[in-house]
Design a protein around this ligand. Structure first.
Ligand SMILES: Cc1cc2nc3c(=O)[nH]c(=O)nc-3n(C[C@H](O)[C@H](O)[C@H](O)COP(=O)(O)O)c2cc1C
Length: 289
């Protein structure tokens, strides 16, 4: 493994490694206003949600690494501690990137990037009409982590009002990830698009207490055939198949499975796991190994 000690490595290299590894990152498209009423719109991917009571979003318009100057967004927030955080979809990504251009102070990136400003209800900065979710936020606190180039300015925001386009909701009134079509920032010039085959489900182990991979029979746990993800699914089962279940399985499927070698058995178990028939997969393996 390559080892990097940030204290003895150029900031640019540290930055590159952090951004390549900590990805994809959601993008806060932050609309702010200075005390003269001039708007600013810029994207920030040092961003996430941290709490719901009170609602807490944090993003960081950092000090520039090259000359240690501060960003207009940060300066505006010091004057007017309010921000609309708009989410960024695939349909918005090129214009959003354009809005990140380092225009001089006073240039309104709504105009430059062609997005439509619409009034907020609880704060002064405008919302981005094209964004399907807009959070009107008050700034509770800004934490400056340092005074040198590359230091973070953590803007801690509380949501005062959420606007959600009904077109991105599913039949249960929840945000439909296939409809919202969000993008994330990766390292360098790369983004990713959260849609289609990129989306998949992993059942939350909230209610059930999974047995854990350490409870699987050793033969299965240490087999060369199963991947970490497949073992993870098996470890999420609430209990091992009982002896009665295994015996029943053997009596039903004896003819079908008797001639299979170990590789074939695992191939069948893997197909069942891919189909989320997790208990069947484990029963098959325990019955025939
Ligand atoms: C997708 C994306 C994400 C970005 N994330 C950040 C970030 O988290 N922090 C930061 O300081 N700059 C970030 N930038 C760069 C700023 O958007 C850029 O410096 C912008 O000009 C700042 O504008 P302002 O000075 O008007 O606030 C990002 C740029 C893009 C395109």
């Amino acid at each position: 493994m390559l080892k990097i000690d940030p204290a003895h490595t150029p900031h640019q290299k540290v930055h590159q490694m952090m951004l390549g590894a900590i990805a994809p990152r959601p993008i806060a498209f932050a609309s702010t206003m200075d005390k003269e009423g001039i708007s600013n719109l810029s994207p920030f991917s040092f961003f996430n949600a941290f709490g719901v009571n009170p609602t807490t979003l944090i993003f960081s318009p950092s000090r520039r690494g090259r000359d240690n100057t501060t960003k207009h967004t940060y300066e505006n927030l010091k004057q007017v501690p309010e921000v609309v955080i708009n989410v960024v979809t695939y349909a918005m990504v090129e214009q959003t990137s354009l809005a990140s251009t380092e225009y001089p102070r006073g240039v309104n990136e709504f105009m430059k990037s062609g997005f439509t400003p619409i009034p907020s209800e609880t704060i002064k900065p405008f919302r981005v009409k094209e964004s399907p979710v807009q959070f009107e936020c008050k700034v509770r606190q800004i934490i400056e982590t340092g005074d040198q180039g590359g230091a973070a300015n953590l803007v801690i925001c509380e949501i005062k009002l959420m606007h959600i386009d009904e077109a991105i909701l599913d039949e249960n009134g929840r945000i439909d990830l296939y409809k919202i079509d969000l993008v994330g920032r990766m390292g360098g010039d790369y983004y990713c698009r959260a849609s289609g085959d990129s989306l998949f489900k992993v059942k939350k182990p909230l209610q059930e207490l999974g047995i854990g991979i350490d409870s699987l029979p050793e033969k299965i746990r240490y087999s060369a055939f199963l991947t970490g993800n497949e073992l993870g699914k098996l470890g999420n089962l609430e209990q091992l198949p009982s002896e009665a279940e295994i015996a029943e399985f053997i009596s039903i499927s004896r003819d079908e499975h008797n001639d299979l070698d170990v590789a074939d058995l695992y191939a069948r178990a893997k197909a069942l796991l891919a189909d989320n028939k997790v208990k069947d997969a484990l029963t098959l393996l325990m019955a025939h190994l």
